[in-house]
Design a protein around this ligand. Structure first.
Ligand code: ADP
Ligand code: MG
Length: 245
């Protein structure tokens, strides 16, 4: 088993003749938890879409767990190793239980396994009591818990979280971050979290990937971040980002 679960080689993503991202080399180590940071419009969400195989790069190749992915040919078993959570939870107008279990049904699990896994993950995220509620009528925090349970229920190898807490109020966010930390510490899921919040990243992540103007500026262990030298506008951004309110 290779230590790097995803490797991006010479990836670009272009729209309207503009390179939104241009990444020579970036790899994610198995089991590590990455914070992906960078100014607004740096290309973080685009990178998440490309690395999670939701969108194809314009050029370059992605090596996923030793397998090279060429455009538009993504084996289903690879896609099933990936879960993605966005800032705005995407809910079906159906019960919480069905929203979480739907992807297990698609994977052909038995009814017993579906119930066991769905109940387990509802419990992990403290939403068992919402099982029969329509997922369209939840608070922001509850809905994000459903999204997370849905992301974990399929037992992914990689989890992408694109600003999952940004729309939540501070107390809701704090409790949820603690719950996620607990869950992540019991799994070995490679996680890539986009966030604007230094405290959140410091709390959850081992490594920080800094993206500036669509390019990788640096990949740093979280404990070394304060010693890292940045220059110019990037230094301004990092100082601002790391400074307390
Ligand atoms: P971030 O998540 O870091 O804020 P994004 O990846 O959302 O950045 O976007 C990076 C830049 O690319 C932005 O200027 C955005 O407007 C542009 N962009 C993203 N997707 C598209 C697209 N499909 N077509 C045209 N421009 C896009
Ligand atoms: Mg974004």
């Amino acid at each position: 088993m290779v230590n790097e679960i995803i490797k991006l080689n010479c990836i670009s993503y272009e729209r309207n003749n503009k390179k939104i991202i241009a990444i020579d080399n970036l790899s994610f180590d198995r089991g590590a938890i990455y914070g992906l940071i960078g100014p607004n419009g740096a290309g973080k969400s685009t990178l998440i879409k490309v690395a999670s195989l939701l969108d194809s790069p314009t050029t370059g190749e992605i090596n996923f767990d030793g397998q090279i992915i060429t455009n538009n040919k993504i084996p289903l078993e690879l896609r099933r190793k990936i879960s993605v959570v966005f800032q705005q939870p995407l809910m079906l107008s159906d019960s919480v239980y069905n929203n979480i279990s739907v992807s297990l049904k698609l994977r052909g699990y038995s009814r017993f396994e579906i119930r066991h896994k769905t109940e387990y993950w509802m419990e992990q995220f403290g939403i068992s009591h919402l099982s029969n509620r329509n997922a369209k009528n939840l608070s922001g925090g509850e809905a994000q818990r459903v999204s997370l349970a849905r992301a974990f229920v399929t037992d992914p190898e990689i989890l992408f979280l694109d600003e999952p807490f940004s729309a939540l109020d501070l107390p809701t966010k704090r409790v949820l971050i603690k719950d996620i930390e607990k869950v992540l510490s019991t799994t070995n899921i490679t996680t890539i979290l986009v966030s604007h919040d230094y405290n959140e990243i410091k709390y959850l992540c081992n490594k920080v990937v800094l993206l500036v103007d669509g390019k990788i500026n640096s990949v740093t262990d979280i404990q070394n971040l304060k010693y890292q030298q940045f220059t110019g506008e990037v230094a301004d951004f990092m100082n601002e980002w790391m400074s307390p309110l």
